[in-house]
Design a protein around this ligand. Sequence first.
Ligand code: DLL
Length: 404
Amino acid sequence: MSVPHYRRCLDAAGVKPGAIQSLADIRRLPFTTKNELRDNYPYGLFAVPLERVVRIHASSGTTGKPTVVGYTKKDLRTWAELIARIVTMAGVGRGDVAQICFSYGLFTGGFGLHYGLERAGVTIVPAAAGNTERHVRLMQDFGTTVIVGTPSYALYIAEVAQRLGVDPRTLKVRVGLFGAEPWGEGMRAEIEKAWGIDAYDNYGLSEVIGPGVAGECLAKNGLHISEDHFLVEVIDPDAGDPVPPGEKGEIVFTALTKEAFPVIRYRTRDLTRLITEPCSCGRTTVRMEKVTGRTDDLLIIRGVNIFPSQIEEVLTSTPGLAPHYRIVLERKGYLDDIQVEVELASEGFTGRFEDLAALEDHIRTRLQTVITLLPKVKLLEFGSLERTSGKSKRVVDRRGEKRP
Ligand code: DLL
């Protein structure tokens, strides 16, 4: 064990080499958390000398120091191979032209997808995030068939295309490979409709390898996990024990083949469940359900637990709304207040003021049946909320702010 941190943790847990004989013994190993990654900033958890590390990536996180990860040459080959699998599972390959709309940089999205698509023999347009009008022009000129990015950016590009007088459905784009943030089935339907494409989800995180941990096949019924590279567990986030098979919990990964940055039982904070029923595509790997939230996404409002994804499902299944929303939390006296702000669909609202009030009421009641609280609902004009080319931020928590 060449990483002093892991050696210390294993010693503290009383786990001696040789104690791990079977897969079940993995439960004797301590978990690794993001805090430990931060405490060992930047290179403390690397398992090989820096001279063997040929690439660094980092995830910014919202607070504190970024977490830094490293790759050897072999790790980069593995990574490209894993992403090539995901790409292939979604029916993408030679002859496709993929436009990468992720940012290239310390974030793993751009470079990760880039080398994996290349490995799969796809023609790549490395356009990167931003400069959205140019994305539309490139798609027209280069005959892009695959769009790769965050689901929220895909929606934004579609909007910009419309504004430029280009109907995205008339472009050659036929498949979307989306990931890096949660998106429910309602959001998938919106994107597929706006672009006239099939949209596939793929999942990953920097600490484990980046994108390429799991991806959807044509069945769109769970993401196949590359189990030959990652040992997967689902645990109860509070107790840390494994949940019964098929139940929802926090997904935990142990990297089996990585050289530079091998994590042991890494706690992702992502909530999902494993699907072991056979997949119609014939692949035999275990699948994970689409990630609907993170343990740290959970909003506790007046004692009620709410995940933003529950709100999203209601909004994206309500006709007349655009899939752009935010959730604003405020503290009024001792009470927390939740306001859901959502845009009206782009066709614009031609009805009367009473109709707007009725729509607000309708959304409020539908939300109440799901989240049990009666939230405030504010309808916004289409285009009023900020758009993003990266991961969207949908929750604005003002509860800690001081009032003037
Ligand atoms: O977002 C890696 C990635 C890039 C995945 C491109 C897919 C495509 P990080 O920046 O380290 O890495 O963020 C990882 O993003 O723990 C999840 O909470 C969330 N996430 C990633 N993919 C999905 C997804 C990349 N498909 C964190 N659905 C993870 C839901 C996702 N959440």
